[in-house]
Design a protein around this ligand. Structure first.
Ligand SMILES: Nc1ncnc2c1ncn2[C@@H]1O[C@H](COP(=O)(O)OP(=O)(O)OP(=O)(O)O)[C@@H](O)[C@H]1O
Ligand SMILES: [Mg+2]
Length: 230
């Protein structure tokens, strides 16, 4: 890997993760190295149970590795307190889950603003950006709908808007359209990739679909705990 170190939004070195189950050690990640440059798109494929979600959660600071180091936009995550990791996550990262994880008691608009509400006050710029994102994602008539009043594709689009409301350096997407039919999934992805280009956000997307992997600059396969170019 010969990327300019200053342009890297993520550096992950020799990451290991094991689970202990019934006093047996279960190795999942066995020495992952990855670098992601500013604006770069990367896809990760791998069979069910290979550790894709585990890897994404660790890289995004949502779970801890057994060993190894992670640097996000120059910040070394190792050794930081939970609230410090949380702040970096909130300022630099966005996460889109396979299932939208929207809060049912809040509207689409409120859900998009939630990452900002959690950490402080929402200002006029934030509100304008939330409206811009919802418009951009074709949800201009859905601002005040609750998640239960939205279709699956609409919920995922709200989740995409929520993931980028803080102008993150890097967005993680864990099979963001795996729960949608092919047609809806393609539409959501098309709009997501064009938004990603507009915002110049880096992206790591986990997918089962080779057609989606082909949309990213580099594609990796996770197998036997290791990540290799695909
Ligand atoms: N908390 C846990 N305790 C023990 N084992 C776990 C835990 N979480 C995950 N695992 C195991 O780690 C392995 C990897 O899980 P992970 O969810 O990362 O797979 P995945 O590649 O995302 O699969 P899928 O494509 O089905 O989403 C699985 O075999 C799972 O059983
Ligand atoms: Mg998974």
């Amino acid at each position: 890997m010969n990327k300019d170190i200053d342009s890297l939004v993520l550096i992950c070195n020799n990451l290991h993760k094991s689970y202990i189950s019934a006093s047996t050690k279960l190795p999942i990640l066995c020495g992952i190295n990855l670098e992601v440059a500013s604006g770069e798109t990367i896809s990760i494929v791998g069979s069910s149970g290979s550790g894709k979600s585990t890897l994404l959660h660790i890289l995004a600071g949502l779970d801890n590795a057994t060993s190894g180091s992670i640097i996000i936009d120059g910040h070394v995550l190792n050794g930081l307190k939970d609230n410090q990791v949380c702040n970096i996550r909130n300022q630099k990262l966005g996460f889109i889950y396979q299932f939208h994880h929207l809060l049912p008691e809040f509207t689409a608009y409120e859900n998009v603003l939630m990452p900002i509400l959690i950490h402080g006050n929402v200002n006029a710029d934030n509100k304008e950006f939330a409206m811009h994102l919802l418009n951009r994602l074709g949800l201009d008539k859905r601002f005040s709908h609750y998640p239960s009043q939205l279709s699956g594709g609409e919920r995922q689009r709200v989740a995409i808007a929520r993931a980028v409301i803080n102008n993150p350096k890097l967005v993680f997407a864990d099979e963001p359209t795996g729960n949608l039919d092919n047609h809806t999934g393609s539409q959501v992805l098309e709009i997501f990739f064009s938004l990603q280009k507009e915002l110049k956000t880096s992206l790591i997307i986990v997918t089962h679909d080779p057609a989606i992997a082909a949309l990213t600059k580099s594609s990796y396969r996770l197998k036997d705990g290791l990540l290799n170019l695909y």
